[in-house]
Ligand binder design. Structure first.
Ligand SMILES: CCCCCCCC/C=C\CCCCCCCC(=O)OC[C@H](COP(=O)(O)O[C@@H]1[C@H](O)[C@H](OP(=O)(O)O)[C@@H](O)[C@H](O)[C@H]1O)OC(=O)CCCCCCC/C=C\CCCCCCCC
Ligand SMILES: Nc1ccn([C@@H]2O[C@H](COP(=O)(O)O)[C@@H](O)[C@H]2O)c(=O)n1
Ligand code: MG
Ligand code: MG
Length: 238
């Protein structure tokens, strides 16, 4: 949903910044790499210590690089297969660090096995949700569904909640419960999304097999028609 509705807005906002980086000779790949490094550092340095506010500030500063790199590539007319591969692969690394950071906090000082398990579930299910689309597309299916909770939703829900929960350290009471609530929402939402995508791939795969079988039957019928005695007779008459 965010990918559909918010992307156009952020493209407009970030285009001048992307143009500025291009003028400074920065490449889209550099932005992809530095953005990912910043997200990974923010998540793995601050979250395991329970510094949710500062962790989220650092991550937020870098996470928008994921919208800037593609914007730069498009402005340069240099969108490439390599760029698409690098972008998607490093998305997985960044997501792993964010939910890994939460898991490390709950496994350590946060001391909550259930929330540690929920964080690990968010990490794994998010990766599998993305994999379903990539694998489905690699076997020639359209995978014409995005589902309830895409990457942008996973990030926005957990980062907004983590940022706000971090305000507890500054004396705001009760707000720390937002993070566990967000993690449960992302976990359930990712599971629903996974089911939506698997069901779609199963349907599209059955439709593709049926279309293949029909095409093979038609080709066989054509070949049999060309080989039939009538056809041979008429060929001979010619
Ligand atoms: C006192 C206040 C304290 C609060 C602290 C600060 C809070 C700030 C909080 C959050 C900011 C969160 C911003 C998150 C922005 C995420 C942007 C982003 O990276 O989106 C990426 C997304 C997808 O890009 P790609 O096409 O490159 O990726 C594809 C995708 O990953 C596919 O995965 P799948 O979906 O299948 O799982 C892969 O399959 C594919 O391989 C891959 O290529 O881009 C978008 O979706 C574009 C839309 C971005 C929308 C961003 C909305 C940000 C909205 C609000 C932020 C402001 C919140 C302010 C809150 C303040 C709270 C007090
Ligand atoms: N280093 C890069 C990064 C991205 N691309 C291209 O942009 C597409 C992704 O766009 P986003 O707005 O989601 O970042 C990607 O599929 C590539 O075509 C690139 O070329 N180089
Ligand atoms: Mg990108
Ligand atoms: Mg990306």
């Amino acid at each position: 949903m965010l990918n559909k509705y918010a992307r156009a807005f952020f493209t407009r906002v970030l285009t001048p910044f992307a143009a500025f980086l291009i003028r400074r000779g920065v490449s889209p790949d550099t932005v992809t790499l530095i953005g990912t490094a910043g997200v990974v550092a923010g998540a793995l340095v601050f979250y395991p210590m329970g510094e949710f506010f500062w962790g989220t500030i650092v991550i937020t500063l870098f996470v928008f690089s994921d919208l800037v790199d593609g914007n730069m590539a498009r402005q340069l007319g240099r969108s490439s297969r390599w760029g698409a591969f690098l972008d998607s692969t490093l998305d997985r690394v960044a997501d792993g660090a964010v939910f890994g950071g939460f898991a490390l906090w709950y496994a350590g000082e946060g001391d909550n096995n259930v929330l540690c398990a929920v964080s690990i579930f968010c990490l794994a299910s998010g990766q599998v949700v993305s994999y379903t689309k990539a694998r489905g597309e690699s076997i020639g299916l359209p995978v014409a569904v995005n589902g309830l909770v895409e990457r942008a939703e996973r990030l926005v829900i957990s980062l907004v909640a983590a940022g706000l929960a971090g305000l507890h350290a500054f004396g705001v009471p009760g707000i720390q419960y937002l993070l566990p609530v967000a993690l449960w929402i992302v976990a359930v939402g990712s599971l629903v999304t996974l089911i939506q995508r698997v069901v779609t791939v199963r349907r599209e795969s059955a439709e593709a097999e049926a279309a293949d079988a029909e095409a093979a039957e038609a080709a066989e019928a054509d070949a049999a028609g060309a080989e039939s005695p009538e056809t041979r007779g008429s060929e001979a008459a010619k």
